[in-house]
Design a protein around this ligand. Structure first.
Ligand code: ZN
Length: 241
């Protein structure tokens, strides 16, 4: 698509209200921290949170969304199945989805993947090195060959996902584990990107390189503007004689 994608950033928005440490890092919520850098480059960004009616994802909002960014963690089960189905259908119809960090266990990500999506984890504030393993991928455009985050939660393999269409980032953690941190898939007409970093007790979303990664992922996930395929019984395109 030639114009910039219209983005909705969805955030559970619970840790920020319950944990002063998280509130100090993200005083206006993780959603505003994610939305700010996208707005700064001119994108139209709305936000939506779990405790709004319909989790802020009514049909009008979703219809006006080209790419949905998702951050959730402790309240995945509170996301209504009806809303998950609505988001899933929008993805199949072409809306992009960028799933961040603990969104690996969100209902919407799990339903689109069809696997358990579980992984290893450890919260020890250890160093993470995200290595670019596909320098041709547009989501790593403008980034160095590795992004170093001094303090992050560890996520380790095996990550129970279907083999990604594309893998562009692999993380190494000081404790020894590795993880597929930047992956993409196609589902229906929609594009899905997963980006690992972003545990709520670390200021990861204030990191300019992570902000660039998210901006690139949003642009990559945007609908390309192709015609909606017709399905079902068809008349022949030419005389069959
Ligand atoms: Zn986490």
């Amino acid at each position: 698509m030639s114009r910039e994608p219209r983005v909705t950033v969805w955030n559970e928005f619970r840790h920020e209200q319950a944990n002063p440490k998280v509130a100090e890092i993200y005083p206006r919520g993780i959603h505003e921290a994610l939305a700010g850098p996208l707005r700064a480059v001119g994108l139209e960004v709305a936000t939506a949170t779990l405790d709004e009616p319909e989790h802020g994802l009514d049909r009008r909002r979703l219809d006006a969304t080209d790419v949905l960014v998702w951050w959730g963690h402790r309240a995945h089960d509170e996301v209504a199945d009806e809303i998950v189905q609505r988001v899933r259908q929008r993805v199949l119809d072409g809306m992009g989805l960028v799933a961040l960090h603990s969104a690996h266990f969100s209902k919407i990500f799990k339903t689109l993947m069809g696997t358990g999506c579980d992984l290893k984890w450890r919260e020890a504030g250890e160093r993470e090195r995200l290595w670019v393993v596909d320098p041709t991928h547009p989501i790593v455009a403008g980034l160095p060959e590795q992004i170093v985050i001094e303090h992050e939660e560890m996520y380790g393999e095996h990550f129970d996902i279907p083999p990604p269409d594309e893998l562009f980032l692999v993380s190494w953690f000081r404790g020894g584990e590795v993880f597929r941190s930047g992956c993409t898939w196609r589902r229906g007409q929609g594009r899905i990107a997963y980006l690992r970093p972003g545990h709520e007790t670390y200021p990861t979303y204030h990191n300019a390189q992570i902000q660039m990664l998210i901006l690139n992922a949003v642009r990559w996930a945007a609908p390309v503007g192709a015609a909606t395929p017709r399905r079902g019984n068809q008349q022949p395109q030419e005389e069959l004689g």
